[in-house]
Design a protein. Structure first.
Ligand code: PEP
Ligand code: MN
Length: 251
């Protein structure tokens, strides 16, 4: 075991909050192993027929979970209204999804709505591999006074579908991002959305550690086979804990 290891930030939780029971049950099993819980209330889905998330109803559960487990919860926002609702429910960490980062109009509006707040913002890379768009989004938040920012690497659109992964990690491009980005925002890897299948999550997480990224954002569901979104890539709580202990043994 490496005695000089640096502490990695562990963010874990379901892709989407589906029911109160599913959310509480998942958090109950993982909160001792997570610094921050992730959970989608509103889901920006590619297809109109896909599960859109439970919405505003989940926010009071999130507020309660934060108090009950003394663990912060982060959610995705896509509009200034989401930001307003998050603030109202004492949710202090929000992230910008890959489908929102691509649009400077949305990013600007969300950034403006954060002025004067003390929220932490995570910016996922845009779906397409355009580093300037990713950096530009981060800059918009900086410009509006957001102090705590993290970049989330969730991989890039796999156009030719030749890779085994759902989204391409482009590790070399990530190095360019670090060089190009003037902000020094910590980078967290989201192995779940890169992998697309639970069997590849560990190897991506390991690669993130080898590339000295600051932590992991992992999708964990109490019963993945019944999940309403991203069911193939979500780990169950036991698989999640096993993954962490394997990584902790090695790094
Ligand atoms: C998610 O985190 O569940 C999600 C939808 O991610 P992305 O925006 O990276 O596709
Ligand atoms: Mn997801």
């Amino acid at each position: 075991m490496n005695k000089n290891k640096t502490k990695k930030l562990i963010i874990a939780g379901p892709c989407a909050i589906e029911t109160k029971t599913q959310f509480y049950n998942t958090v109950d099993q993982i909160h001792h192993h997570s610094d921050i819980i992730r959970a989608g209330a509103w889901k920006a889905r590619t297809c109109a027929e896909s599960y859109p998330g439970i919405g505003t109803k989940a926010l009071s559960w999130i507020q309660d979970v934060q108090e009950k487990y003394q663990t912060p919860v982060a959610i995705e926002v896509g509009t200034p209204n989401h930001v307003e609702l998050a603030i109202k429910h004492n949710i202090n960490i929000i992230w910008i999804g890959a489908r929102t980062t691509v649009n400077p109009f949305y990013v600007e509006e969300i950034a403006r709505s954060l002025e004067g707040s003390n929220l932490e913002v995570w910016v996922k890379n845009p779906i397409i591999a355009d580093l300037k768009l990713w950096i530009g989004a981060i800059e918009r938040f900086k410009k509006r006074g957001v102090k705590k920012i993290k970049a989330i690497h969730r991989g890039f659109f796999n156009e030719k579908k030749k890779s085994i992964y759902r989204n391409l990690p482009y590790w070399k491009l990530l190095k360019d991002f670090i060089k190009l980005s003037p902000h020094n925002s910590p980078i967290i890897c989201d192995p779940s959305h890169i992998a697309g299948q639970k069997k590849y999550v560990y190897e991506i997480a390991e690669k993130a550690y080898k590339n000295h990224l600051g932590g992991l954002m992992l999708e964990v569901h109490c019963n993945p086979s019944q999940a309403l979104s991203d069911k193939k890539q979500q780990l169950n709580p036991e698989e999640f804990k096993r993954l962490l202990s394997r990584l902790n043994e090695k790094y």
